[in-house]
Design a protein around this ligand. Structure first.
Ligand code: NIG
Ligand code: FE
Length: 414
């Protein structure tokens, strides 16, 4: 698509092709104050900058989109979601409000196992319908790319079914997806007490099929006390790497478990959650290429302590923020809530939060060379706010500020 976005009041470029580490880099949004313009041709940005520098011949044949003096940012990247699932867990949420804990519900056969049972019996069409509705909502909040994990099947057929839904959506929905296989989300009933055998099963019988059918780019695991330990994580992720998968870990979510250190050592794209990260873990991530992906809506929903974002950024980590959308620990994909919690509760500046949801989110899914910033050669993925400055993203909290989301040069207006 050819698109000319004119009358931009503030162009927040987030310029860069890799993750930004530490406060100084994360606060540099490379803002061009308006009037500014962006030209997208064949889905790729060909111009981004001050309007006075634009050669108008570049806009020939372009559809025109008037930003009306509002701020324009890179499309948001939600680098951690469990988009495809069957059923809901509204009762568990009420139990948690009354004091029950996430892990105790899980130990009693609820939690992930509850959603696994529902996902196994839900048709592919119904799974797709529900995931599509979430993607529509995400697009309306400015998300142009999202991770989508499997992990509610935990048998070959259902894991493939979930990933097929991701593939179908990829072909039919504007939000671009990064497909992540997460069979190691929990140990299913059939393998109760035999979690290492379950990991063996994934390595022998599931991963090769996922690879052969090109259904996922990445492999993730829930490394947590009582779920999967370090040895099991190494076994799975080393095997996955050997088959060509990129790696991610759910790490240090519920109790301190040295997950961040392991993620850095294994070369994961990201270590996610990190509510319980240690000082050693922070050091390990700061000295690695692994992005620290924080999921503040999950901490909010679990009434848990937030990840120490301030300390992590001040010690040189590259922090991304994502939703963790799932039917249990966080049934929300809210971008406004992510901005509010990051800035009000996690001590991040609004600039750091913008970086965390754009270029650092892109790095967390290994796409920082293509998306996450507004600059020539990158994909034409933009957000037009209804306000003149990105600062409204924290100031005008809890409200969807997105007027239009642009994906590869196509405009979707709310
Ligand atoms: O990232 N912690 C593990 N996995 C998800 C929760 C999944 C669920 O409760 O259904 C998470 O929080
Ligand atoms: Fe998750």
């Amino acid at each position: 698509m050819n698109l000319y976005v004119k009358n931009i009041g503030q162009l927040v470029t987030c310029r860069g092709k890799q993750a930004k580490y530490g406060a100084e880099a994360m606060r540099d949004l490379s803002v061009v104050e308006g009037p500014a313009a962006v030209v997208i041709r064949d889905g790729i940005i060909r111009f981004a900058g001050a309007a006075k520098d634009l050669d108008l011949s570049l806009t020939e044949g372009c559809e025109v989109c008037d930003a009306q003096g509002n701020a324009v940012l890179p499309g948001f990247v939600d680098s951690h979601t469990h988009l495809v699932f069957g059923g809901y867990r509204e009762d568990e949420f009420q139990w948690r409000l009354a004091g029950d804990s996430y892990m105790s519900i899980m130990e009693r056969g609820g939690g992930i196992a509850n959603t696994m049972r529902a996902t196994r019996t839900t048709s592919i069409e119904d799974l797709e319908r529900s995931a599509r509705a979430h993607l529509d909502a995400m697009l309306s909040m400015g998300v142009t790319t999202a991770d989508a994990k499997s992990g509610y099947g935990m048998d070959l057929d259902t894991e493939l079914k979930q990933l097929e839904v991701v593939q179908r959506l990829q072909k039919s929905h504007p939000v671009e997806l990064f497909s992540t296989f997460m069979g190691a989300h929990d140990t299913p009933e059939e393998y109760k007490g035999r979690s290492t055998e379950y990991i063996d099963f994934i390595i022998r019988e599931v991963l090769p099929v996922v690879r052969e059918r090109n259904l996922a780019e990445c492999c993730d695991i829930f490394t947590e006390k009582g779920v999967f330990d370090h040895a099991q994580t190494r076994q799975l992720l080393n095997a996955a790497r050997a088959m060509g998968f990129k790696l991610k870990m759910h790490a240090d979510e519920i109790v301190p478990f040295a997950g961040a250190e392991l993620a850095a050592e294994l070369g994961c794209l990201s270590a996610d959650h990190l509510l319980q990260i240690s000082d050693e873990g922070i050091k390990a991530l700061a000295n690695s290429n692994t992005v620290a992906t924080l999921l503040p809506c999950t901490a909010f929903s679990l009434k848990a302590d937030y990840a120490p974002a301030r300390k992590m950024i001040d010690n040189g980590c590259a922090v991304a923020v994502a939703s963790d959308l799932n039917p249990g620990s966080c049934f929300s994909s809210s971008v406004p809530l992510m901005f509010a919690l990051s800035t009000i509760y996690m001590g991040m500046t609004v600039e750091e939060a913008v970086t965390a949801l754009t270029i650092n989110g892109a790095a967390a899914i290994d796409r920082a060379d293509r998306i996450g910033s507004i600059e020539e050669g990158k994909q034409g993925d933009l957000v037009i706010l209804r306000f003149p400055s990105y600062k409204f993203l924290s100031y005008h909290f809890g409200v969807n500020l997105v007027r239009s989301t642009i994906k590869k040069g196509v405009v979707y207006t709310n």
